[in-house]
Design a protein around this ligand. Structure first.
Ligand code: FAD
Length: 208
């Protein structure tokens, strides 16, 4: 992974846990001057066309400081690099990207939390873990290639962080996360659960 720090203005609206990700507009490297999307008459974003068209990829804000005017994003460097990974590999100080959002549904308050994901989810899970209430309890199950890819996450004492290793297998080809999910022990009384990724908090029901 590669962490990059971006500098910009008007970042205050991105500083929310209610929506964690942004759309990055990555201009073609050959353009001396990027051409940015504009709002169309219908109020929708209109992308430049042809050779000026930026690639659009979703990324999570890992840290944000609107006062300093900075946003940090952790990029996974995929073996088969698309525009997002390629940008992260090649970026140099002064390069520009566009940022839109924030989007998605973010952290909810619950009695119990379960987060599951692979490397591309680690930025979102890490940010949520850091912002849970001090008495939060639950589990984060994170799949990475090997032990060297594990990250030191800040988690509350009641959150168990468990790492799964693909050990060289291609991302998305194993059942590690599904298997881990199927062995989770869910609260068997009336408890509000926040399961991520997912849209809503769930209320557990007594078994039987
Ligand atoms: C809400 C949201 C938040 C995200 N936040 C982050 C983030 O903070 N950091 C981050 O690194 N990624 C994040 N992602 C994932 C990221 O958007 C994708 O990985 C994106 O496709 C990468 O763009 P690319 O141009 O490098 O690859 P693409 O052109 O999209 O794909 C090229 C190749 O890369 C590989 N690839 C792409 N995505 C994945 C994947 N998820 N798993 C395994 N292989 C893949 C495949 O081999 C694919 O053929 C997020 C996705 C979503 C939906």
């Amino acid at each position: 992974m590669r962490r990059m720090t971006f500098r910009g203005e008007g970042l205050a609206r991105f500083d929310t846990l209610a929506a964690l990700h942004v759309r990055l507009f990555i201009p073609p490297a050959v353009l001396a001057e990027p051409v940015w999307p504009m709002l169309g008459r219908d109020g929708l974003l209109k992308l430049p066309s042809g050779d000026e068209r930026p690639a659009v990829r979703k990324y999570t804000i890992r840290t944000i400081d609107p006062t300093a005017g900075t946003v940090q994003i952790d990029f996974m460097l995929h073996n088969v690099a698309g525009p997002g990974s390629m940008f992260a590999v090649r970026a140099k100080p002064g390069d520009r990207v566009g940022l839109a959002g924030p989007g998605g549904r973010g952290l909810r308050t619950a009695d119990c939390y379960a987060f599951l994901g692979d490397e591309t989810a680690v930025p979102a899970v890490a940010r949520m873990l850091e912002n849970l209430p001090s008495n939060a309890r639950g589990i984060a199950v994170l799949e990475v290639d090997n032990v060297g890819e594990e990250q030191g996450l800040i988690a509350r004492p009641g959150i168990h962080v468990r790492w799964l290793h693909r050990n060289g297998a291609e991302a998305g080809t194993t059942t590690l996360l599904q298997d881990a999910f199927s062995t989770l022990i869910w609260p068997d009384h009336d408890v509000q659960l926040y399961l991520w990724p997912g849209w809503n908090t769930l209320r557990s029901r007594p078994f039987g």
